[in-house]
Design a protein around this ligand. Structure first.
Ligand code: ZN
Length: 120
């Protein structure tokens, strides 16, 4: 399904137009799954209450392959809140929020003469 077709079906539905056919619904679900795969970080889950983050990886000992779990039923070890999938945007904002602190740590190390220490 193209994004334009998705937008047409969405606009038609919101305007109270014709009901979607089973095929249209199936196409929409496929499109939603495709978009969700681009939004969520594979295997990364967080607690919406305290910010705890966990990476859920599956390592195959025989092949050495690493796979990510698609679903997580775990709860936060801090407050028992169900964990939710983390998005790329959340990760980007979190990294941006800690950059000033990292830059300060780097300045302090430089002032102490601790060269060659990467703080990124
Ligand atoms: Zn928590």
């Amino acid at each position: 399904m193209t994004p334009q077709r998705f937008d047409e079906l969405r606009a038609n539905t919101l305007a109270g137009g014709d009901l979607l056919s089973v095929g249209d619904v199936a196409e929409c679900l496929d499109e939603i799954a495709r978009l969700a795969a681009m939004v969520y970080m594979p295997g990364v889950y967080h607690c919406p209450k305290c910010g705890f983050v966990v990476h859920k990886l599956i390592v195959n000992a025989n092949t050495g392959n690493v796979m990510m779990r698609r679903h997580c039923d775990d709860v936060c070890p801090n407050d028992n809140t169900p964990l939710e999938p983390s998005t790329w945007e959340m990760d980007s904002r979190k990294m941006a929020s800690v950059m000033p602190e990292l830059a300060q740590l780097r300045r302090e190390k430089r002032e102490r003469g601790e060269h060659g220490v990467a703080v990124y």
